[in-house]
Design a protein around this ligand. Structure first.
Ligand SMILES: [Zn+2]
Ligand SMILES: [Zn+2]
Length: 166
């Protein structure tokens, strides 16, 4: 949407479209509702919104897929800048608001929602707080039970003992 399409009294965009995430993000969006308020402020656009989503993530430790719910709100100032400035500072913080520099005076609401959803994801993605992960030796999911690997086989002493036997 071009900045000029935003009426002087502002505009609220509601969407329940699921953003499609790139495969490398490891995120599948199952449901997403967002409400984004756009207000023109001179040459800039103030963008305030909130979103709630249900996603599937891959556990960092055991690689199991698990469901995660998230809610977030955001407040951004969209500003048109020349491409060189955008490369220097894609998103910068001025006061307590994030300023997003754009090459064109266009608001891409679905893309905005997608980016805010990514920002709201937990840094550590764990299926449960005490996930035991996979055994580095045999790959067994240790949440389902212990494997046959003996923990001492990882220690340098075990390697020395094995050498002495030879
Ligand atoms: Zn896990
Ligand atoms: Zn093992």
């Amino acid at each position: 949407m071009h900045f000029s399409e935003i009426p002087p009294r502002g505009l609220t965009v509601e969407t329940d479209e699921c953003p499609v995430m790139a495969a490398e993000t490891g995120v599948t969006v199952q449901a997403c509702t967002a409400s984004v308020r756009l207000d023109r402020q001179g040459e800039r656009v103030l963008c305030q919104g909130r979103l709630a989503a249900r996603v599937e993530l891959v556990c960092d430790r055991c690689l199991a897929v698990f469901a995660h719910r998230l809610e977030t709100s955001f407040r951004l100032l969209l500003e048109v800048a020349d491409p060189a400035a955008i490369e220097r500072e894609h998103v910068c913080s001025r006061s307590e608001m994030d300023v997003v520099l754009l090459a064109e005076p266009e608001v891409d609401v679905p893309d905005l929602v997608r980016q805010q959803l990514l920002l709201a994801l937990p840094l550590k993605r764990l299926c449960r707080s005490r996930c035991r992960g996979l055994c580095p030796g045999c790959g067994t999911d240790l949440n389902r039970g212990d494997c046959q690997c003996r923990p001492e086989s990882d220690s340098p002493f075990a390697v020395l003992a094995a050498l002495k036997k030879e």
